[in-house]
Design a protein around this ligand. Sequence first.
Ligand SMILES: Nc1ncnc2c1ncn2[C@@H]1O[C@H](COP(=O)(O)OP(=O)(O)OP(=O)(O)O)[C@@H](O)[C@H]1O
Ligand SMILES: O=c1[nH]c(=O)c2[nH+]cn([C@@H]3O[C@H](COP(=O)(O)O)[C@@H](O)[C@H]3O)c2[nH]1
Ligand SMILES: NC(=O)CC[C@H](N)C(=O)O
Ligand SMILES: [Mg+2]
Length: 554
Amino acid sequence: MTDAAATDVTQAQDDDRVEATDADRVEAPEIELQARPVLVVDFGAQYAQLIARRVREANVYSEVVPHSMPVAEMLAKDPAAIVLSGGPSSVYEEGAPSLDPALLKGGVPVFGMCYGFQAMVQALGGTVAKTGLGEYGATPARVTDTASVLFNGQPDEQSVWMSHGDSVTGAPEGMRVTASTAGAPVAAFEDDERRLYGVQWHPEVMHSTFGQRVLENFLWRGAGIEGDWTAANVVDELVEAIRQQVGESRVLCALSGGVDSSVAAALVQKAVGDQLTCVFVDHGLLRAGEAEQVEKDFVDATGVDLVVVDAKDQFLSALAGVSDPEEKRKIIGREFIRVFEQAARDIVGEHRGDNDHPVEFLVQGTLYPDVVESGGGTGAANIKSHHNVGGLPEDLQFKLVEPLRSLFKDEVRQVGLELGVPEGIVWRQPFPGPGLGIRIVGDVTAERLEVLRAADAIAREELTAAGLDRDIWQCPVVLLADVRSVGVQGDGRTYGHPIVLRPVSSEDAMTADWTRVPYDVLAKISTRITNEVREVNRVVLDVTSKPPGTIEWE
Ligand SMILES: Nc1ncnc2c1ncn2[C@@H]1O[C@H](COP(=O)(O)OP(=O)(O)OP(=O)(O)O)[C@@H](O)[C@H]1O
Ligand SMILES: O=c1[nH]c(=O)c2[nH+]cn([C@@H]3O[C@H](COP(=O)(O)O)[C@@H](O)[C@H]3O)c2[nH]1
Ligand SMILES: NC(=O)CC[C@H](N)C(=O)O
Ligand SMILES: [Mg+2]
């Protein structure tokens, strides 16, 4: 299940850590889709993006907006409907985010969940109070009208996921109460005339048995939305939005050969064809065989116009002596941009005479998780600065083209399949842009990279041989360069470094669990790494989920 809980993990104070500041916060996406959106108003919820995602699963386009956005601005987006999220506050407290009653009078269908439900009640003149009857987790609900818009055709007893301490003690006038629980006599209400609906629970989490059905009923029946938004529509809309944004300008695409940039490149290719040049940076932090694979196999499979830049020395010298993860990420983000700037100058030079248009735009395969982890969500904490978002330098001259910025990886894979991107690329495991640079705990040197590359190649080879590639989301292999332990090899003492295996299963990288790789496969990897990589005398397995751990160690 997806959730944004990871972004809420409080970071331990550490004087050596490069602190994330407000300056790290990132701007809203530049590309906007043309379908009328369903706006998810975020009241500080754990699950705002999850709601948006569930709306898209109902084939309706959706975007998250902060509760602080003025109503006029929300209505200016011409929303097809509005969903109000949950949130940690209590509506009757001073300073709690409130709902402007004007939003409920704009003629747009509205659906409130939990805090959003309570905020509707307050705005409509009902009452909310702390009753001492909080409900947390799976809760039996009684539906009192199984023919209503929300509950049509559903059983009159269903299990819903609750997380509330406050309850509605007085329903607003004109609202029909259609469900109740022990702690929330008013657990759902509906008003078909004003097209206002709400539930006290969280239909967006999979533990609410009929959650998706309730949401779909609101969207399709209550709001009368067609539900025709599919990967095919999104391709058309994104292509059109890219054309609008880019015009006649030349465009560079930062292409890693990974899923996201390949799909982004395919979209831009479709939109502005020969205005596009892809740039792949070999920063010396790649895995064994990767540069060759992108240079040859990728071009063979897609036919893109690709420039490969060898920037190994530039990155390694910029990273020399740096061990702080955030500092590494910012250096890598900056050096990437410096490489793209140079490439832009070279490309303009090449085309001088037949093309006067400078390279104004840089395409990146940024996804929503990159944005939210970099602190770009509504009030979300900075967990780590992804090189392509929070790691961008302040003096960035390019305008960014990031068509996938509000999507999750599994949605991007659907878009990729729709575009005909080869399956071998669509189903590739993710590999982070900062590469092995954030898998060496300690500073990055050419020698350490060699060690890690050798261990990583063995782990990948054995996991592939065991047929586990599609079961595993990705398996970072991490070198603890500043840790040494004693071993005995060939009857002699060794004092080597540990390698950590971090196989994880996930749907979208927002949450993850460690993969139960069979012991015999782990044994083989361990034996081979310790036999074949001289500097390593110990292999350990990371058995932490996300949260609390992140997938990468840095
Ligand atoms: N070596 C590289 N050369 C050029 N651009 C890169 C490189 N590595 C990353 N990027 C850029 O940074 C973006 C973010 O990297 P990220 O790893 O999240 O995505 P990806 O590599 O496209 O897909 P995946 O998540 O499947 O690895 C990429 O989409 C791409 O635009
Ligand atoms: O392109 C990227 N630039 C980055 O700076 C970066 N940091 C993490 N990752 C990848 O993002 C996903 C979530 O990773 P974490 O759980 O470690 O935050 C995982 O798939 C990670 O591999 C990155 N990708
Ligand atoms: N999850 C929520 O939206 C909770 C709403 C409110 N804070 C309550 O406890 O009732
Ligand atoms: Mg990648």
